[in-house]
Write a protein that binds this ligand. Sequence first.
Ligand code: NAD
Length: 333
Amino acid sequence: MSTEDKTTKSNANTRVLVTGAGGFIGHHLVNALVERGFWVRGVDIKEPEFEPSIAHEFELLDLRRWENCLRACEDIDHVYNLAANMGGIGFISSNKAEIMHDNVLINIHMLEAARERGVSRYLYTSSACIYPMYRQNDADCAGLKEEEAYPADAEDGYGWEKLFSERQCSHYWEDHGLETRIVRFHNIFGPLGTWEGGREKSPAAMCRKLAEAGPGDEIEIWGDGEQTRSYCYIDDCVEGLLRIMESDHREPINLGQDRMLSINELVTIISDIAGKEIKRRYDPSKPQGVRGRNSDNTKLREVLGWVPQISLERGLEQTYAWIAEQVERKRLR
Ligand code: NAD
């Protein structure tokens, strides 16, 4: 934060824009910012699906369009740019042209609009999908360190666009002095996230399948279930975002948990929470993504003196309860 920013601007006087505020992480972030006293404008192409936004202003704007980005950034101090066309592996593996088209437009226009409007800080949400495929071929792989992004071999489509936009953030700092922050999320999950429809990610999909299952039913798992991931609960994600925005760290940084487990282990934890014994049917024809992926949190610890705190079990208890409620509501409709 510039000296002026730090000394003269209280939270109440800091005007914050959250893009993607109708989505999962953006909606939770708006809540946390408002609770901390910031003035918040939320922007999205859709309203939040499950509860109304408490942002001071909420505008429906398509951020692929330049004039809408300029409007979104008007009189804004800090931008959290979360808007993206995205989803779980089922979605990103088969909609690459649309994803790259939409997200490149959002990100190049948002950066330029932020510069033109004199925004003092700009945070971009990238992804673990930027890491090279060749480091993720083994289910028992090492955690991914930030500097291992190159030589690049990102997830095709979604991951390459994220990497391109990370670089553009760095160039806006180098060439224009725009204070940029670049956060690489590793599988964020929690209540109020997409849980059906094809864009949901593995924790939500597994919670839904378990919630829908009757005693002795079978649930489908993509691949052999031995692919590994780490999962970070939404409250930790939001806390991390606020801390990274406040820090002076301009390089890309991981934000995730570093506890790696297989999809089979994830399903076992959720079955225990649900109190349901189920059978598993494996479908090798479905997309599985990389074989193994974990976050290395060395840099996060160094930079923030903080790492995510909430256990996977505690996060999944909250998430399962919320998804089970959605499933029940849908059944009664
Ligand atoms: P989400 O899909 O719930 O939210 C993204 C929001 O962006 C949606 O509400 C969508 O309507 C909005 N959006 C899409 N196109 C838009 C447009 N043209 N104009 C305005 N808004 C538009 O996803 P999320 O999980 O909340 O993800 C937020 C950010 O974090 C995204 O940039 C995503 O790529 C990144 N990310 C998320 C995860 C994760 O695990 N959830 C992992 C890695 C990166």
